[in-house]
Design a protein around this ligand. Structure first.
Ligand code: ASP
Length: 317
């Protein structure tokens, strides 16, 4: 029997031990553990990698600590536009949504696009209409209007910048963060006992992003990718640079065409190629043997993994 495994992330950025209170650290750790266990219990019971990924991400989307679903950041018009994607390594099935509003769980909508439409990628009003047709739950604006996110957006407006949510400080400057205010994009990757891989990513994007901006998270090959012959990947970081670097597919290609191991491929892309163009962030990855990698080139990344008896929940370097 194969060794089933799962890894999740809650975003990467300037996350320093010195600035995170023990209480906050505890909150993140508990939220990560809950999502990890929700996904892993599906795998342990013989369930699919796809179900594990959707469940773990749905759990993180419901938690206001993270920049996805309920905790999504504000765009420059004071609204929330969410992006998500999911992919199965079996048969290259993929589904993605972008610029959606009020959908409670964007990852479930991405999965519905994959399984119940003839398309891969739906955006905006059309994606929302499809969610209604699929009877997926919606929430009113109040659900997404968290006071903290609003404050964060007001600070970003002062400097007219666009920020990774975990890199914005109370003064709106990148990398001068109030570290109790760092939350992030979420993602999950998994391998089930049948040898199927799956990956998914969900985000509110970057704080104060332009209305209509789409990052890497919903783009298959950039923010999310899965191939049963190589690996499953979910990214977090500065989306524009991750799109240009086609990060998730690049890791898979290095394994497929160059014969690199998962660890070598991740190192090449995250620590060399992304660093060379200033692409801050990281990714989580699992290969077809159940090996897990969680590299990042930022100060920290909310992350967790479980693979048989191995378990890790970590935030800092
Ligand atoms: N990659 C996401 C985006 O650019 C942001 C993040 O990972 O926090 O939309």
């Amino acid at each position: 029997m194969r060794k089933a495994g799962i890894a999740i992330h809650g975003g990467a950025g300037t996350i320093l031990r010195s600035s995170l209170s023990p209480e906050k650290e505890q909150q993140y750790t508990s939220a990560l553990r809950e999502a990890l266990n929700a996904g892993y219990s599906i795998l342990r019971a013989g369930g699919s990698a796809l179900d594990a990924v959707e469940t773990a991400i749905g759990n993180l989307e419901d938690c206001p600590l993270f920049n996805a679903g309920r905790g999504s950041v504000y765009n420059n018009e004071g609204g929330h536009e969410m992006d998500a994607s999911i992919m199965t390594g079996a048969g290259f099935g993929a589904g993605a949504v972008a610029l959606i509003r009020n959908v409670k769980n964007p990852i479930s909508l991405a999965r519905a696009v994959m399984e119940k439409s003839e398309h891969v990628f739906l955006c905006g009003a059309g994606a929302e209409q499809f969610a209604r047709n699929m009877n997926l739950p919606f929430e009113g604006d109040d659900y997404f209007n968290t006071a903290f996110r609003f404050e964060q957006w007001q600070e970003a407006l002062k400097s007219s910048g666009t920020f990774l949510d975990h890199n914005i400080g109370a003064n709106g400057n990148a990398n001068t963060a109030q570290h109790d205010k760092k939350f992030g994009t979420v993602g999950a990757v998994a391998l089930d006992i049948n040898g199927n891989l799956a990956a998914g990513t969900s985000t509110g994007g970057m704080t104060n992003k332009k209305f209509g901006r789409v990052g890497d998270s919903p783009i298959i090959g950039a923010g999310t990718y899965a191939n049963n012959n190589t690996c499953a990947i979910s990214c977090t970081g500065h989306g524009e640079l991750f799109i240009r670097s086609v990060v998730a597919y690049d890791v898979s290609c290095l394994m497929e065409y160059k014969g690199l191991t998962l660890a070598e491929a991740c190192h090449e892309v995250v620590m060399k190629k992304l660093v060379a163009i200033g692409g801050e962030g990281g990714l989580i990855a699992i290969d077809r043997h159940g090996n897990i990698q969680m590299p990042f080139n930022s100060e920290g990344m909310y992350r967790a993994m479980k693979n048989g008896s191995d378990e890790l929940i970590a935030i800092y370097k």
